[in-house]
Design a protein around this ligand. Structure first.
Ligand SMILES: [Zn+2]
Ligand SMILES: [Zn+2]
Length: 187
């Protein structure tokens, strides 16, 4: 087991494909989503990016500090890849206060599960969402009534939780690495 105890939170390990970069993160994720935006699709080469947000201080590198490839502004929003194998490990977002960890690089399973699909307006045409999670054209707060969920009780609860966990306005206005962005302009 790679888990070790630190305070009351489990510590999870994550690493890149080649193993040069390894991180530890407390299992204190505040939100998790599947992002279908064009940036996340391209950064991962996938239909969407499952990620979870945690305070930046909860994540630390175990090794590979010099093996990182930083895409974006190192002082603000940026993506952290392995320079050797290219894995996208996490993004530093929200003025450096949060890390969006790519769930696919975790070795250990987190307690949280993705609770929504976001930026489904940018979803790859060849991919079909087959689960019942709520879907949003962008971030829930920005879309108002554009959400596609049929279950309004769950939706309302999700919105409250997301608004508590995230300052969504900050997220949707920024552009560049570490951010989420629709493929096309939302009308
Ligand atoms: Zn690597
Ligand atoms: Zn995204």
């Amino acid at each position: 087991m790679a888990d070790v105890s630190f305070g009351t939170a489990r510590m999870l390990t994550g690493k890149c494909l080649c193993g040069a970069v390894e991180y530890r993160v407390a299992d204190r994720f505040e939100y998790a989503m599947n992002c279908h935006c064009s940036n996340c699709r391209r950064a991962t080469g996938s239909a969407f990016k499952p990620f979870a947000g945690v305070k930046r201080g909860e994540l630390s590198l175990v090794r590979g500090e010099g093996a990182r490839l930083i895409y974006g502004d190192e002082g603000e929003a940026h993506d952290v890849h392995c320079a050797s194998c290219g894995s996208l490990l996490y993004s530093v977002v929200r003025e450096g206060a949060y890390a969006h960890v790519t769930l696919g690089t975790l070795v250990d399973a987190p307690a949280i599960r993705p609770s929504a699909h976001i930026f489904v307006g940018s979803k790859a045409e060849w991919f079909q969402i087959t689960d019942d999670l709520p879907q949003y054209e962008c971030f829930p707060d920005d879309c108002g009534g554009a959400a596609r969920s049929d279950d309004h009780d769950d939706l309302a609860e999700l919105l409250v939780r997301l608004q508590e966990a995230m300052r969504l306005d900050d997220l949707i206005e920024r552009k560049g690495p570490g951010d989420h962005r629709p493929e096309r302009t939302v009308r």
